[in-house]
Write a protein that binds this ligand. Structure first.
Ligand code: HEC
Ligand code: HEC
Ligand code: HEC
Ligand code: HEC
Ligand code: HEC
Ligand code: HEC
Ligand code: HEC
Length: 338
């Protein structure tokens, strides 16, 4: 039956129906299409959905559109993603948000092509960062630091494991003392003078980042307004939005040790809004000075004594302002040694 229907569709003369190629003529024109009616063709084209074309989700659009008085249909995500839809429907979150509340169907990408910061923007649409910091601070010291350095889904999805993903941050507005924020593709092009932004770090162009390449980047005066920031991102993203018990447990991250921090990637923003990932030499992120100077994982350093001190502080439950200073004090030797 299905085959026959498809055949009929394919061979039927295209009377009065618009093709996907026709849509961009209007919907990709920023000047005449306001707000949500504007679809960024460049961002759409690079996605899996882009390959399917507009009409696979908006069928039966007549030649008279938009003057035909009809509202175009919209496919539902579950028509094609039945497994994700079923998993999500079973979750606690299933009735709290629809697929489109977190995903833009015209810019939908896989988890490895979306930065941890952008994942958190999906959540921030409903869960204000300030409120979240307050809620988590009831049991999580430095809740602000955690929420800044972890995608929510590292704790709120059923992924058993995480990887370290490095992003390039830059000082806002070129100000020498400004806050660091994720650098955009255009900013990286400007700062590096390279068309291909990966060249900035992957100097030999082999799509793999060694500790030596990280070192060279961190030392290069041209790049002093930039720095590498590490995030612990989930190995896979699931849609059951459960909170595994061990995410309460500080040692899940802080004492998982160097072994768990071996898998890491460098993630760079591309022109079309996606992220490209490059494998990083095993262990390189843990090099205190030349790997990612700004990513100190308490309890995960190479020094056993420091790990134990870190875990004791965590286990003892610290008084925050003092605790933070103590930690910096305890790790100072480690930093100087490197
Ligand atoms: C001649 C210009 C033009 C072309 C070509 C065109 N559209 Fe539209 N489309 C519009 C305008 C204008 C609106 C807003 C209509 C309104 O708000 O009443 C619209 C509205 C829509 C909507 C939103 C309807 C809603 O309110 O929910 C969808 C979906 C849509 N178009 C899809 C398409 C697709 C898919 C194609 C190609 C097959 C396409 N359009 C081609 C001009 C165009
Ligand atoms: C994977 C399915 C899918 C594809 C492919 C797709 N759309 Fe959509 N589109 C949707 C869904 C679902 C909505 C409703 C979004 C919502 O309600 O937030 C939508 C909404 C729209 C809207 C209305 C604006 C809005 O957000 O309500 C326009 C206009 C539109 N699409 C045009 C297009 C055009 C043009 C293309 C091709 C360039 C396209 N769509 C490709 C699924 C798709
Ligand atoms: C007409 C079928 C169809 C519909 C409807 C559809 N998708 Fe997809 N989608 C695909 C296909 C095919 C892929 C690429 C293969 C895959 O990942 O399953 C894809 C990929 C994706 C990806 C990226 C996965 C990756 O690995 O690159 C996301 C995210 C996504 N879809 C979300 C949605 C959301 C949200 C909706 C509803 C607005 C939706 N899709 C509706 C067919 C569809
Ligand atoms: C509460 C937010 C949220 C909702 C609701 C949600 N997703 Fe996702 N989804 C995410 C996040 C976060 C990711 C990982 C980042 C990304 O790919 O955008 C993701 C990833 C995906 C992927 C790619 C998975 C991969 O392994 O690369 C698909 C496909 C997808 N979602 C489909 C859906 C569909 C279909 C629905 C509705 C049934 C849905 N999502 C509802 C947050 C959500
Ligand atoms: C469209 C709005 C919306 C978006 C987007 C959204 N949420 Fe929610 N979320 C809710 C609502 C509503 C609730 C239930 C009331 C509450 O606890 O605030 C909820 C509850 C939760 C809970 C508590 C669930 C429980 O079992 O008690 C968690 C955890 C959560 N969301 C995580 C996330 C994460 C992670 C993201 C991003 C990937 C996200 N949410 C995106 C609306 C949203
Ligand atoms: C370090 C791990 C971790 C991170 C990061 C994290 N959460 Fe949570 N969150 C938890 C745990 C554990 C709970 C308690 C879950 C429970 O009550 O079962 C929780 C509770 C929640 C709740 C329910 C709060 C309530 O009122 O009871 C929401 C909503 C929530 N988180 C959303 C988020 C969002 C959004 C983010 C990202 C901005 C985030 N979380 C980041 C671990 C985390
Ligand atoms: C899901 C992983 C995860 C969990 C669970 C977790 N943390 Fe963290 N923690 C991090 C990350 C990532 C950072 C930021 C590291 C960096 O970038 O410097 C951090 C930073 C900290 C800092 C600040 C260190 C500094 O140098 O500023 C303290 C203190 C801390 N965590 C204590 C705890 C405690 C106590 C718990 C348990 C209640 C806990 N963490 C649970 C991942 C985690």
């Amino acid at each position: 039956m299905l085959g026959l229907a498809a055949l009929t569709l394919a061979t039927a003369p295209a009377f009065g129906a618009m093709e996907s190629e026709d849509c961009a003529g209007c919907h990709s024109d920023r000047d005449s299409m306001d707000g949500k009616l504007f679809i960024d063709q460049e961002r759409f084209a690079g996605t899996e959905h882009g390959g399917m074309g507009c009409t696979s989700c908006h069928g039966d659009i007549s030649d008279q559109h938009p003057d035909d008085g009809l509202v175009p249909g919209k496919a539902s995500c579950g028509d094609c993603h039945d497994q994700v839809a079923a998993e999500y429907a079973r979750s606690n979150h299933g009735s709290s948000a629809a697929c489109n509340d977190c995903h833009n169907p015209h810019e939908a990408r896989g988890a490895s092509q979306v930065s941890g910061y952008d994942m958190n923007k999906q959540c921030a649409n409903c869960h204000e960062t300030e409120d979240m910091t307050e809620v988590h601070a009831k049991w999580l010291p430095q809740a602000g630091v955690h929420i800044q350095n972890l995608p929510c889904v590292t704790c709120h999805s059923a992924s058993e494991n995480y990887v370290i993903t490095l992003y390039v941050n830059r000082r806002a507005g070129g100000d020498a003392y400004g806050e660091f924020a994720p650098a955009s593709h255009e900013e990286l092009q400007q700062l590096s003078g390279e068309q291909d932004v990966a060249k900035m770090i992957d100097t030999n162009g082999n799509s793999f980042i060694t500790l030596d390449e990280l070192k060279a980047f961190n030392r290069d005066p041209r790049y002093k307004t930039m720095r590498l920031a590490g995030m612990m991102t989930p190995e896979v993203v699931t849609h059951d939005f459960t909170t595994l018990d061990n995410r309460w447990d500080c040692t899940f991250c802080h004492a998982s040790g160097p072994a768990a921090m071996q898998t890491s990637y460098l993630s760079l923003p591309q022109q079309d809004g996606s992220q490209d990932r490059y494998g990083v030499e095993k262990g390189a992120v843990l090099h205190a000075l030349y790997g990612t100077p700004d990513f100190y994982m308490m309890g995960a350093t190479r020094s056993k004594a420091l790990n134990i001190a870190g875990i004791m502080i965590i286990a003892g439950g610290m008084v925050m302002p003092i605790g933070h200073g103590t930690l910096r004090f305890l790790t100072r030797k480690n930093r100087r040694d490197h």
